[in-house]
Ligand binder design. Structure first.
Ligand SMILES: [Zn+2]
Length: 207
């Protein structure tokens, strides 16, 4: 379950150092527009400006889960009277988000990877992050970054499937405080790190 962290969250400093924006995190009220696709902040803010004026503010929305704190590239709308509003509907409804405006950020029509920080001290979560990063690299390689539908073939399709399936397995293990030295959940009686963990990391490093 993800939540909106507080501005004084103990892990926020580390995340902010990775974002390197001169701006401070602030809360932005959510007033999602109805009957539009979720998470499509960039085209939605563009449309809003055409009808109601104001301007686009690029930055990062910050989420916290049990394993990670992460920053997701995001656009909010600044109304003509200078108020920041998050107009983009999300899978889960929040009354506000924690947002770091980033005046140096540029949106090129491409997906931007989340910045993820392991907050557990369990190195299994570092592997979880590597798998997210590898999946992102496959999904956004070359022209794919500009395409909406994902179309993969051969080795890349195979790797993508392995990594996508690995994510909930590793997440579940970490949430149960298991480590890379725990028995592999496949039931082989081998340690995870020399069984499926080894396979997952080999695939992740290849892409
Ligand atoms: Zn296994």
């Amino acid at each position: 379950m993800i939540s909106v962290p507080t501005t004084n969250d103990e892990h926020i400093t580390c995340l902010l150092s990775q974002i390197s924006s001169i701006e401070e995190p602030c809360y932005v009220i959510c007033e999602p527009i109805q009957d539009v696709p979720i998470n499509e902040c960039f085209p939605l803010v563009e449309e809003k400006i055409k009808t109601d004026g104001g301007r686009r503010i690029l930055g990062w929305q910050i989420w916290k889960g049990k394993l990670l704190i992460e920053a997701e590239f995001h656009a909010v709308w600044e109304s003509p009277d200078g108020k920041y509003i998050d107009i983009t509907p999300k899978a889960l409804a929040f009354s506000k988000i924690l947002f770091v405006p980033d005046p140096t950020a540029i949106y090129e029509g491409k997906q931007v990877n989340n910045i993820r920080i392991n907050i557990t001290g369990n190195s299994l979560v570092d592997e979880f992050i590597s798998i997210h990063d590898a999946t992102f690299r496959i999904e956004n390689k070359g022209d794919r970054a500009l395409q909406y539908e994902l179309c993969l073939k051969g080795k890349e399709a195979q790797a993508h499937t392995i990594l996508t399936n690995a994510k909930p397995i590793i997440e579940m293990m970490a949430l149960e405080n298991l480590t890379k030295n725990s028995p592999c959940p496949c039931g082989s009686n081998k340690k995870y790190k020399i069984c499926h963990g080894k396979i997952f990391m080999k695939v992740a490093k290849n892409f």
